[in-house]
Each structure stands twice: as C-alpha cells, then as structure tokens.
Design a protein around this ligand. Structure first.
Ligand code: AKG
Ligand code: FE2
Length: 472
C-alpha cells in the first residue's frame, strides 16, 4: 500500500526537494509493504484455522452419528448397520462406530442410553399391579408381543379413554385401591380442643420450626384401617420443579400451574392404638444406596405392594399406642431450606391382619420457594380472621382433592363439624373430642412428651420410638 498522504506530493514542493522526499516515500512504501504482508499472513492463518475447524466439526458430527448416516462407514453399508440384540430389548440397539481405532488403539464401545417411560400405576385411586397392567394391555390389544412393555409407537397409539373404560368395566375391589382406609380431619387452630392445640404446640417444639409454619399447615388427619386395610407405598408429597406451586401457598402465588403438590416437608405420624396383627408402617427403600423406580419391581416382587411384600421392606415400624414417628419428605437444600424430594422417604401401611389400626398424620407444609412461604405467611397474618382461614383451607382441600382423589371432606364440613364423616361418626371407634380427652387412646401432652424426641436424637431420616429409647 502506498502512502498517499497529500503532503507528500504537494505541487508546492520544489523539485530539488525530491531527493529529500524520496527516502520518505521509500520508507513509507516499505512500511506499508510489511504491514500488508503481515496482515495478509494473519488473515490467511485465520482462514486456515477456520477451515480446519469446520472440517473437524463436520468429521466429529459425521462419526458421532454412527452408521445410521447416509454414508458408508468402515466398510459398512448404511442400509445394513450392525446391531446388537440382547434379547431383552424390544428394539435392537445400533452399535456405535469406532471413529479411528488406529493400529494399537484401545476402544471401548458404549451403548446409547434408552429412555424408559412408565405411566402412573394409580388411576382414580385404583392401584395397578404389574399383572393388572399386562391384563389391560392384553384387553386393549396394546402390546402385540405381550412382553408387558410398550414401544413408544405402541404407547402413542394407546387410547387413554379406553384404558379408563376398561378399568370401569372390570369393577374394583377395595383391596385393589391405593389405600383401603377412612379418614377425617381435625382442625387444630383457634377454638379447637385443648388436646389438639397442645399437640400442635408439641409438634412445634419437636420440629423446632417457627410456630407460624406449623399453625399454617394442614389440620390433623385421623385415619382408621379396619381388618384388611392397607396403604400401598407412596410419597406424602410430590417432586419440586421450578413451576411447582404448593396448595397451601397458592394464595400467595401469582401463577397457576399444572405442577401443584402438597409440599409436606415433615410427616409426624401418631400411633393412636397398638395393632394386634399387621399394620406396620414400612419404608421399603430406607437406607438403600440408590433409588430407581423401575427396580422397585423385580422378579415379581413389587416393593410398593404393602399387601403382599411388606416383609421385604428395609424398615418396618410396629404401631405402638402413644408413640409417634417423624420423617422428612424433602432433603435440605443445604442452605437451611427445603430441597429436593427425598425419594427414600417412600413408605406405606402394611395390611392389617387383626383388629383395627388408628393413626393420625400431622403434615408440616413448607413451600420450597422461601419467599413465597414468607409472602403467604405475611398475607395470612395481615388478613387474619376466620374468613381468610376458611378460604385458605378451602384452597388447600381443593388441591388435596385433586391430588389424591381420596374420600376427603370439604373444609366447610370439617370446620362446622370435625366429625361429619358418616362412617366414622357412626362407628364406635371414633371418639368425640370429649372421649379422646379422657380416653387412653389419645395421650396427654405429658405422655407424648416422653414418647417424642427431638430431631437431634433421630437416627437418619426415620426414627422409631424404640430406637430412640435406646439412644437416650
Ligand atoms: O398407616 C401408616 O402406617 C402410614 C400412613 C400413611 O403413610 C399416610 O397416611 O400417608
Ligand atoms: Fe404417607
């Protein structure tokens, strides 16, 4: 490049001054030459690096796509890729191609993972055993090879209405339900019976949570199982996604979302009587090293089935009157708040073989979104009053209705009369508040205080009264 600065070729410059101006031009020319050469070299280097990168990227994509590509690789025709077939997989899996093994290169073939879909085994409160699922697939001709698994194509073809109709036509026995028990709710707020108020205070002390959190949680749920009653293994609360909204804080949430759950951070399960036969609470995978939903069913043993396989659970707790069990349904987030669902908290009620079983659940609800929990508590304390409490609890119950489809009552029923459940009310086993107070079935604060223990004593997530007695 030539330096054409106007001053260099100025017409006003005397000719004699050309000699002087020459070196300047030369210098200027040399300089611009060096500049242009290095600039050119630099550009070329970039262009080459860019081209090499593009080629490398294309090669990478090509080899990572395996033999399904349009081109032949390693002498294989794309139309006849090599497959392995273990026999147990419904679809043959393509074998990945070694990119460039070289003469001495070591190469470990690695199979691509496959996605396994499972559909819920609970429909309208009906619990499906693996045999039920096979039976339904056969009835709907949904699984032509009869291996109990549907390919994605088969799954897509499955008409869910037909699934529903099949269940309805078949009829359901109580033993086929997720749970075979009755329950009612006891309001523990202002104006509730002294025993229930005290119980709430003691749960607050036991959990060491702020009173606000405990008071704004669900009421006490009292459950009765008769002989033959059970509750298949389940989680008391659902997983948390960014969109998850808790029923109890819905008032403070601005958005509605299909991801709603009860956000039961803690369960305190009271045993109201000692059960003559069966009725243990089982934790099938407590202390397991891994949790995989699919391995809960192995060799025809379904660990979720508390009618058949309670004895195979890792931890079983025998109901003993006046004792209680506490566990966390969520892990800690490491910062002092609620984290992910603790899948190992899976639990259920074993079938009652003799007598009746009475328990009560105290669920402590905490929103994994701490700001939403705070907003909700502020809202409740600002609004206060019975009307707000009613609205709030109606929301909660609507949610639980949708969530569990159990035989629940509306808040209205409960609030006006905590014992409106027809069955329970007519049953001699359900006591009035008065009875409960006098009856040994429900203990006084003093008794329970001795039976309950602080979470410091508690061994891992599940804590039996027996263990704790030994610890103390
Ligand atoms: O009955 C039991 O032992 C367990 C009850 C239970 O898990 C529940 O009510 O959610
Ligand atoms: Fe439960």
């Amino acid at each position: 490049m030539i330096d054409h600065r106007p001053g260099d070729l100025s017409p006003r410059e005397p000719l004699g001054s050309t000699e002087l101006s020459m070196p300047r031009d030369r210098v200027s020319l040399q300089k611009s030459n060096v500049c242009s050469r290095s600039y050119f070299v630099l550009v070329m280097v970039f262009v080459h690096v860019y081209i090499i990168n593009v080629i490398a990227l294309l090669l990478y994509v090509h080899y990572n796509n395996g033999p399904g590509d349009s081109s032949a690789v390693d002498g294989q025709d794309s139309a006849s890729p090599s497959f392995i077939n273990s026999g147990s997989h419904p679809q043959p899996l393509p074998l990945p191609v070694n990119p460039d093994p070289g003469p001495d290169a070591m190469y470990l073939p690695r199979l691509e993972g496959i996605k396994v879909l499972t559909h819920s085994r609970v429909r309208d409160g009906i619990w499906l055993t693996p045999e039920n699922v096979r039976e339904i697939y056969a009835g709907l001709k949904a699984d032509p090879d009869g291996n109990g698994m549907l390919s994605v194509q088969e799954f897509k073809k499955l008409n869910t209405n037909a699934f529903q109709q099949f269940l309805q036509q078949r009829g359901v026995e109580k033993s086929q339900l997720v749970r075979n028990s009755k329950h009612t709710w006891l309001y523990q707020g202002e104006g509730a019976h002294r025993v229930l108020r005290q119980l709430q205070q003691r749960v607050t002390r036991l959990t060491r949570l702020p009173l606000d959190i405990v008071e704004n949680s669900e009421p006490l749920q009292v459950v009765r199982y008769q002989r033959g009653g059970h509750y298949h293994a389940h989680h008391d609360s659902g997983p948390v996604y960014p969109e998850t909204v808790c029923y109890h804080t819905k008032l403070a949430a601005n958005a509605s979302t299909p991801f709603e759950t009860s956000c039961r951070y803690i369960t305190v399960l009271f045993y109201l009587n000692s059960v003559p036969g069966g009725g243990e609470t089982t934790f099938p995978v407590a202390d397991n090293r891994t949790y995989e939903e699919l391995s809960l069913i192995q060799n025809d043993v379904d660990l979720l089935d508390t009618r058949k396989h309670c004895d195979k659970g890792n931890l079983r707790v025998k109901p003993s009157q006046g004792t209680a069990l506490l566990w966390y349904n969520y892990l800690s987030d490491g910062k002092g708040w609620v984290g992910d669902l603790d899948e190992y908290s899976l639990h259920g009620g074993c079938v009652v073989t003799q007598g009746t079983k009475w328990v009560a659940n105290n669920w402590i609800n905490v929103d994994p979104d701490s700001r939403r929990q705070t907003r909700y508590q502020q809202l409740v304390s600002r609004l206060g009053g019975e009307e707000t409490a009613t609205k709030r609890l109606e929301e909660l119950y609507r949610g639980i209705h949708a969530d569990q489809n159990q035989n629940l009552h509306t808040y209205q029923d409960l609030h006006q009369n905590p014992h409106t459940d027809q069955d329970l009310h007519t049953d001699q086993n359900l006591h009035t508040d008065q009875d409960l107070h006098q009856n040994q079935d429900l203990h006084t604060d003093q008794d329970l205080h001795q039976d309950l223990h602080t979470d410091q004593d508690l061994h891992q997530n599940f804590h039996t009264d027996q263990d704790l007695h030994q610890d103390l």
